[in-house]
Design a protein around this ligand. Structure first.
Ligand code: 2AM
Ligand code: CA
Ligand code: CA
Ligand code: CA
Length: 285
C-alpha cells in the first residue's frame, strides 16, 4: 500500500508521489540491509538504503521533469567543502530538486522511528515546494510557496508560545566532534534552564516539520546542509514561522547553522544563543 499517491503531473504531485513511495520502501528495509558504511566518522553513517532511496527518487522525479536539475545528498562527496561547491553549482538554476533520501539515518539504522524523506524544489535559488514524508508515523507534510503548508491535508500553523519559558525546543548534536560540538554544548547549557524542555529527535527535516506543525516552538542546529533544510524551510515559513541562520541572516540554500522558530521567540532565542557564543560560528571542515 502506497499512501497519498496523487494524480496529475504537477511538480508537487511528482514530489508527493516520490516521497511517499520511497518512504514506504525505506520502511520495508528497516533492519534488512547488508552493509553499514561510515563516511567521515563513526557518527556519519550511510547504508545501501540511503543510496537506493536516492536513486529511486531521482528516477521518479526525472521521468516527469527531465529538464530539471537534481541534487541529492548521496551524490555529493563528504564534508562541508564538497557540499558548498554542490550548492554553489545549482543555486541559480531554473529548477533544481534538493533531496535528502533519508534524513535521520542514525535513527533508521537503530530502528528509532524518527526519520524521513525530504524533497524540495528550488526555482532560481528560492524554495517553492517542500515535501517531507515520515513513514514511521505515516505523516506527509507538503508546502507550496504562497499556498500554505499542510499535514495530512490539514493546514498547519506554528505554535503561539511567546517566551522561552513556555517553549518546547529542539536541537541536534553535530557529527563534527570539534569546535561545532563545543559550541552546541555551550548553547545547550544556556538554553536548557530557560525553556520548558528540550528534545533531540535526530532528524533536521522532521524538526522543521514539527516547528511548522506547532509541535515544537523552535529548533536550532549547527553544521547542516541544504538537503537537510530546504524542504522544511518552506514548511516553516508557509505555516507562519521564521527560519534563518543563527547569525540572523535570512534563510538561503547555503545556510548551515539554522534557527527556526514560531516567530514569537525568534529574537529571544537568537540573543541567548549569541550570548552563549554562537554569533559567529566558524566554518566546518
Ligand atoms: P542525515 O541523517 O541525513 O545524515 C541530526 O542531527 C541531523 O544531522 C540529521 O538531519 C542528519 O542527517 C545530519 N547529519 C548527520 N551526520 C552529519 C554529518 N556528518 N554532517 C552534517 N550533518 C549530518
Ligand atoms: Ca548523511
Ligand atoms: Ca540529512
Ligand atoms: Ca540523509
Amino acid at each position: 500500500k502506497v499512501p497519498y499517491v496523487v494524480s496529475g503531473k504537477s511538480k508537487v504531485a511528482v514530489a508527493i508521489n516520490a516521497a511517499s513511495k520511497t518512504g514506504e520502501w525505506i520502511k520495508s528495509k528497516l533492519g534488512d540491509y547488508k552493509q553499514l558504511n561510515t563516511k567521515v566518522s563513526s557518527q556519519d553513517l550511510v547504508t545501501e538504503v540511503d543510496k537506493g532511496a536516492e536513486q529511486m527518487i531521482r528516477k521518479l522525479i526525472l521521468t516527469y521533469c527531465p529538464d530539471d536539475e537534481f541534487l541529492g545528498e548521496e551524490s555529493v562527496g563528504a564534508g562541508a567543502a564538497a557540499s558548498a561547491q554542490a550548492i554553489n553549482a545549482v543555486k541559480d538554476s531554473e529548477y533544481v530538486w534538493i533531496v535528502d533520501p533519508i534524513d535521520g539515518t542514525t535513527n533508521f539504522v537503530h530502528g528509532f522511528p524518527y526519520y524521513c524523506v525530504s524533497i524540495a524544489l528550488a526555482h532560481k535559488g528560492e524554495v517553492i515546494i517542500g515535501v517531507i514524508y515520515d513513514p514511521s508515523h505515516d505523516e506527509l507534510f507538503v508546502a507550496e510557496k504562497g499556498k500554505g503548508a499542510y499535514v495530512h491535508g490539514n493546514l498547519m500553523k506554528v505554535s503561539q508560545e511567546a517566551t522561552l519559558g513556555e517553549s518546547l525546543v529542539a536541537t541536534g548534536f553535530p557529527a563534527d566532534r570539534g569546535e561545532s560540538l563545543r559550541l552546541n554544548m555551550s548553547g545547550l547549557n544556556a538554553i536548557v534552564p530557560k525553556v520548558r524542555s528540550i528534545r533531540n529527535g535526530g532528524s533536521a527535516a522532521l524538526h522543521l516539520a514539527y516547528v511548522a506543525a506547532g509541535r515544537l516552538s523552535a529548533y536550532w542546529e549547527i553544521g547542516l546542509n541544504a538537503w537537510d533544510l530546504a524542504a522544511g524551510s518552506l514548511l516553516v515559513t508557509e505555516s507562519g514561522g521564521r527560519i534563518g541562520d543563527i547569525s540572523g541572516e535570512d534563510y538561503h540554500l547555503a545556510v548551515r547553522n539554522v534557527l527556526a522558530t514560531n516567530g514569537h521567540i525568534h529574537q529571544e532565542l537568537m540573543t541567548e544563543l549569541h550570548e552563549a557564543g554562537l554569533q559567529d560560528i566558524p566554518a566546518q571542515k
